[in-house]
Design a protein around this ligand. Structure first.
Ligand code: UD1
Length: 362
């Protein structure tokens, strides 16, 4: 069997790592296409080197642009690659513009498409990721779902016959890297200046368009982080840095210390070293849950509803609505003593993905 994986953005590289490892021992051929949606070394190269992913076979060099330009350029650039490779499966990951372009290119060329992390829904139709998820799920031939909740969404949209519950490959990589961190194999470096790994700190990220692109909203969120009584390590995504600069907003204020995004091992170490996480990232909400740190999510909804159980994750659509005391109490709350279940699987999802693809290859 020959499988072409199409990736382009940071979270897809994290998901690719366990899949590439599962293919390495399988006897199947795995061909990696990097669209180049993320081009900064901090968002791309360090994930290949840090997670031991083989170099991409093809790099399309697409870069940034409006949704139409980014998706359209990727689609056009993929056509000749898929036409030449003619794989048994095209595997697309998650919910980015690279995912949608990959699914469309494949389906138009009558190549079977599998969607990893199928069935996630925020039910917020203003999110670009939500468009990408829904369109990709309905175009794909095989829907590889991470959770029972995702399977329910797919069934609700009439897609049950194409869906398989495999578990979440992010558990595979998170637990493997956690164990390496605990064995001392990953440096705990890279935290922003002013944050000591030996003192309590909160780890924060912000990058979603709905939080970064409205100047008033972004200023309010940074102000809320700045008012916290604990140092906040804000690992700034290039989108956040670019939008703050355009808006004349200073990110480093009050409790906030600004640093660069971390490689995956450094990120897991930074979560383990923190007293809690404040974020709008999907992946980080889950990593906080798996690593037993309380999470505060700066959004009105989450795709990973399982993390809300037992108060491990709380949604805060607008910190100002809580008032200072309510916001501080939420963001700095200690880890709950409620048990965590394993809604995201057992850490062997990638092996299952390869087995399901092989079973169903034409
Ligand atoms: C994308 C995904 C999002 C994912 C996120 C993870 C879409 C619609 N969104 O969002 O689902 O959670 O990746 O990071 O695909 N930029 C750089 N360097 C880079 C990449 C981006 O400077 O290497 C800046 C550019 O200003 C660019 C902006 O970030 O215009 C947005 O990048 P883009 O790929 O459109 O979306 P992300 O916000 O990264």
């Amino acid at each position: 069997m020959k499988v072409v994986s199409i990736v382009g953005a940071r979270p897809q590289l994290v998901k690719l790592a366990p899949i590439a490892a599962a293919f390495a021992n399988s006897g199947h051929e795995h061909f990696i296409v990097h669209t180049g949606q993320h081009y900064d070394a901090d968002l791309s190269d360090v994930f290949f080197s840090g997670l031991g992913i083989p170099d991409p076979d093809v790099h399309l060099g697409i870069g940034s642009g409006s949704h139409g330009v980014q998706t359209g350029n990727t689609l056009a650039a993929l056509d000749p690659v898929l036409d030449r490779e003619r794989p048994d499966w095209v595997l697309v990951y998650g919910d980015t513009n690279s995912t949608l372009a990959g699914a469309l290119s494949a389906v138009k060329q009558h190549l079977p498409v599998a969607h990893l992390e199928a069935g996630l829904r925020s039910f917020n139709r203003r999110m670009p990721e939500e468009h990408n998820r829904i369109l990709t799920d309905h175009a794909a031939d095989l829907l590889l779902a991470p959770t029972a909740e995702a399977m329910r969404h797919l069934a609700g949209e009439g897609l049950a016959a194409r869906s398989v519950l495999v578990g979440d490959v992010m558990v595979d990589v998170c637990l493997r890297v956690r164990d390496a961190v605990l064995r001392g194999e990953h440096q705990v470096g890279g935290l922003p200046d002013g944050i000591s790994p030996d003192e309590p700190y909160l780890l924060a990220t912000l990058h979603r368009a709905e939080n970064t692109d409205d100047p008033q909203r972004l200023a309010g969120l940074v102000e809320a982080l700045a008012a916290l009584p604990v140092p906040v390590a804000l690992l700034a995504h290039p989108r956040l840095v670019a939008r703050a600069k355009e808006q004349g907003l200073k990110l480093a204020q009050g409790a906030v210390h600004v640093g660069r995004p971390l490689p995956y091992g450094g990120m897991v170490a930074a979560v383990l070293g923190s007293t809690g996480v404040v974020t709008d990232s999907g992946g980080l909400q889950k990593e906080a849950y798996l690593l037993a740190r309380p999470c505060t999510t700066l959004r009105s909804e989450t795709e990973w509803v399982e993390t809300l159980i037992g108060d491990w994750n709380r949604l805060v659509p607008d910190p100002a609505v809580l008032g200072t005391a309510g916001w501080v109490g939420t963001a700095t709350r200690p880890a709950p003593d409620t048990a965590r279940d394993t809604p995201f699987g057992d850490g062997r999802a990638a092996e299952r993905v390869v087995a399901v693809l092989a079973e169903r290859a034409a």
